[in-house]
Design a protein. Structure first.
Lengths: 597, 249
């Protein structure tokens, strides 16, 4: 059984050299953050993940969360691991210092999240949702609410959940029916919420649910939804825990993956009604919830990177130990490990190249997020905000779609042994499978990208990113190495395809939004693929430059150049197909009427 | 009382060590390094003693290249109060280590020195004992329990025949065995705080110690590959093979 080792070298390379840690740490408020601190944080996070979270990944999958008498019990060892996690202060990594957090930038917290998720994705969902609740309350909560909840949520002593979905209200939240009736300084909530991740558990002292519900005279649709804080245990004015609130877990789902994470059906107000406190103003709940959603969407994108990395490590370990057959073309001699077979190598390279590209894009998004909040220049903040708005659906949609494919390739490397659960490779595919669905399916991400991001601003940010991509060509030409000649050509074709597709969408969307929506997922994948190719080419160029330094880590940089080249030859050509699919494939999507199926 | 703890930066125990192609040693460039696990146990012991109110200050010392500062920061994140790096790029051998530490001890005047029993890279297992001899202090190597009572300490040592219990007069040098404690995970707030703790850098020359190696490494090579085993039919054949082929009995 292989175990997880955090890919610290690649993380450090992306953080420092590719994305530029210094640009982030130069921003006001992060003077104390430097490369040494980041190394120390990543090193200790890796240690904790490898020694505490990783050993519970398999057992948690096998045992699963259990429900009895309205109480959910996490798999063995989870509660203790959670308490260790909280005691070690990890929950507060990115949290505000005013509430006991460490206030570290996303360029640090995102790699740490990747590490947690590789070690144990089901476990990590709990702290991830808590940080989403913290973010929503930080922005929209009243000072009193912040005072009452943020310190405990930042430390992780209390966990947070997000309650959107109802049986009839999935991707379409306008159909939310949960009722909130005013009563003095609070509301009474009644209704059923489903798919509530870690909605009930035995790991934290309290759970703070953020719940979407309608007040009695609220308008129909999305403009009539408000956001409420509903704590599992009511909080007394002195901060101690009071009465149990009228919310209970009535069942947990049997799922394909993330077995250790309880997905709860929560019933609000079976008795007197669950006490809830309004966040911000009435009827603006969905807008507030999106603060949390955007945050969570990047988090899910990183889950994709993380599970893919884990699947890769597992497959690599197997390929290096499984002996089967002789080298191709050899009729005699020793049998070799399967990593000697070219197609196994191709699969491993494919996994590796895609993962490195996904990691680069996610961390780039993290840096953009930091700059969008902390840059002293307002215009630059606006520019970075537009960039992060554009990148969020791509990181979420593309990284998770890739993760499913990569985890599947991981099984393929194992052959028949991958299909049996015993080897553990299957868990990564099962776990990865949810990532393209929750926090908005890939289709929802693509609609967001095409409609609200690209078409809405007439492609401004997308075309600016494309210009950035084009600028790399001159630098690649300067690098002069033979590897880069083919890479430049491949990148240029791909960027041309992306630009063409972007222009087609900007033109088509106002006239025929349906046609644009029909090819929005291929466009999202196209953007991810080309952005990945751009970043890998840049990584390859930086690595090539480093190779002239005799002190540098030649093994790492040589591998980076080779991986970048593989990406440009095996992954990037897909951009041409995707671009064509976007520009000329819309009609056939809707050629048949719904009735024709 | 003041405690001095030593830490060594070594190749991470989970890394597969590779011999340099010229046979002059093992590859350490661009290899993940970490605190020697026995030193970690020593730091943990000191921190626990501080938390119990027995110790007032923990000074942590390392000898080696500039990157040993990271190892010192880790020790400070675990709870040590300040660090001293004796910076040198030389291959510092056990006697030189003990001599350097003697100078530091004389300057710092700790009541107790806690060291790992050995470092997992060269497994010398000499520094603690040599330091005690140079200082002419009592020593207890391979401890699995330490209880300080004023000016003396009761310790349990792990020896070949079992456990040995001793009472030592302080000041003394002690080295840690595996079962003394289980080191804690460093907390994130303490990593941040450790950045601000004082770290002094001195050179061996300034301490008046010559760290030039006295032992010469002739060659380092991979252990021979294990050859395929054979199945023996019975005990008699096994004994015969051990006697005649392996010549071990």
């Amino acid at each position: 059984m292989s175990t997880y080792t955090a890919p610290l070298k690649d993380m450090q390379f992306v953080i420092r050299e590719l994305v530029g840690l210094e640009e982030v740490t130069a921003l006001p408020g992060w003077g104390e953050v430097n490369a040494e601190l980041v190394d120390a944080v990543l090193g200790e996070a890796a240690k904790f993940a490898q020694e505490v979270l990783d050993p519970l990944n398999r057992s948690g999958d096998q045992q699963g969360a259990r429900l009895a008498d309205g109480k959910v019990t996490a798999p063995d060892g989870f509660a203790q691991a959670y308490q260790q996690f909280v005691a070690a202060g990890w929950n507060g990594l990115g949290g505000q210092t005013a509430y006991g957090g460490q206030g570290l930038p996303h360029i640090v917290s995102m790699p740490v999240q990747e590490i947690w998720n590789s070690a144990n994705m089901a476990f990590c969902l709990c702290p991830m949702l808590t940080s989403g609740v913290v973010e929503a309350m930080r922005v929209h909560g009243s000072p009193e609410q912040q005072q009452q909840y943020l310190a405990k949520l930042t430390s992780g002593e209390w966990a947070g959940t997000m309650n959107l979905t109802e049986p009839q209200a999935g991707s379409d939240l306008s159909a939310v029916r949960t009722r909130a009736t005013p009563e003095g300084d609070h509301y009474r909530l009644r209704g059923t919420k489903i798919f509530i991740t870690w909605g009930e558990q035995d790991m934290s002292e309290n759970i703070v649910h953020l719940v979407l519900a309608r007040t009695p005279d609220a308008p129909e649709g999305v403009k009539g939804i408000s956001l409420f804080i509903v704590p599992k245990f009511l909080v007394n004015p002195d901060g101690t825990l009071g009465e149990r609130n009228d919310v209970k877990c009535v069942s947990i789902e049997h799922k394909l993956g993330i077995h250790a994470s309880p997905t709860c059906v929560l019933s609000y107000g079976e008795g007197k009604g669950a006490i809830g406190y309004l966040v911000g103003e009435e009827n603006r709940g969905l807008e507030y919830m999106f603060t949390m959603m955007n945050h969570a969407r990047l988090g899910v994108g990183v889950e994709g990177v993380a599970v893919a990395e884990r699947a890769y490590q597992h497959a690599l370990d197997y390929a290096k130990t499984r002996v089967q057959g002789r080298e191709i073309g050899q009729r005699s001699g020793d049998r070799v490990t399967i990593i000697h077979h070219p197609d196994v190598r191709r699969m491993l390279m494919m996994m590796r190249a895609q993962i490195e590209a996904m990691r680069a894009l996610s961390y780039l998004a993290a840096a953009a997020l930091d700059k969008s909040k902390h840059h002293p220049d307002e215009r630059e903040r606006g520019r970075q905000q537009a960039l992060i708005d554009l990148l969020t659906p791509i990181v979420k949609g593309w990284c998770t779609e890739q993760a499913v494919e990569i985890a599947s390739t991981g099984i393929q490397v194992h052959g028949g042994m991958g299909f049996v659960e015993e080897t553990g490779a299957a868990q990564y595919l099962r776990d990865a499978r949810i990532t393209t669905i929750y926090e908005g399916t890939t289709g929802i991400q693509a609609n967001d990208l095409v409609g609200r991001k690209v078409a809405f601003e007439k492609g401004a940010t997308a075309l600016a990113v494309i210009e950035d991509m084009r600028r790399l060509d001159a630098r690649l030409a300067q690098a002069g190495a033979a590897e880069f000649t083919a890479m430049r050509e491949s990148l240029k074709e791909a960027v041309d395809g992306l630009e063409q597709a972007t222009r087609w969408l900007v033109e088509t969307y106002p006239k025929n939004a349906k046609a644009a929506a029909g090819v929005s997922v291929p466009y999202l994948k196209l953007f991810g693929t080309v952005a990945g190719g751009w970043l890998m080419a840049r990584a390859g160029m930086l690595a090539h430059e480093k190779l002239s330094d005799p002190e540098a880590d030649h093994e790492f940089y040589k591998a980076k150049v080779a991986t970048a080249r593989f990406y440009s030859e095996h992954v990037l050509p897909n951009a041409l197909l995707l671009a064509r699919e976007v520009s000329s494939g819309a009609d056939s999507v809707l050629a048949l009427d719904a009735a024709d199926f | 009382m003041k405690v001095l703890v030593t830490v060594k930066r070594v190749i991470d125990p989970y890394v597969k060590v590779r011999v340099k192609s010229d046979g002059s040693g093992v590859e350490t460039a661009n290899v993940k390094m970490t605190m020697n696990p026995f030193c970690e146990i020593a730091v943990e012991q000191a921190v626990r003693m501080k938390e119990a109110g027995v110790v007032s200050e923990i000074v942590v010392v390392s000898i080696g290249v500039q990157q040993c500062q990271e190892t010192l920061r880790t020790a400070m994140a675990m709870g040590a109060d300040r660090g001293i790096l004796v910076e040198t790029g030389a291959d510092v051998q056990p006697l030189a280590v003990a001599k350097v530490l003697k100078q530091i001890v004389e300057k710092e005047q700790p009541k107790l020195v806690i060291m790992g029993k050995q470092a997992i890279d060269d497994d010398s297992n000499q520094c603690g004992q040599t330091l005690a001899a140079l200082l002419n202090w009592p020593q207890a190597a391979f401890t699995s329990n330490i209880v300080v009572n004023g000016d003396s300490a009761d310790v349990t040592r792990e020896i070949d025949g079992g456990l040995e219990k001793l009472t030592l007069k302080l000041p003394a040098v002690m080295t840690t065995d595996l079962r003394l404690n289980e080191p804690r995970y460093v907390t994130l707030p303490n990593i941040m705080k450790a950045k601000k703790k004082p770290l002094e850098v001195v050179k061996p020359d300034a301490l008046g110690v010559d760290v030039t190696p006295r032992l010469k490494v002739l060659k380092v090579q991979e252990p021979p590959k294990r050859s395929t085993g054979v199945k023996v039919a019975d005990v008699a054949e096994l004994v015969a093979k051990l006697k005649n082929e392996a010549r071990v009995i």
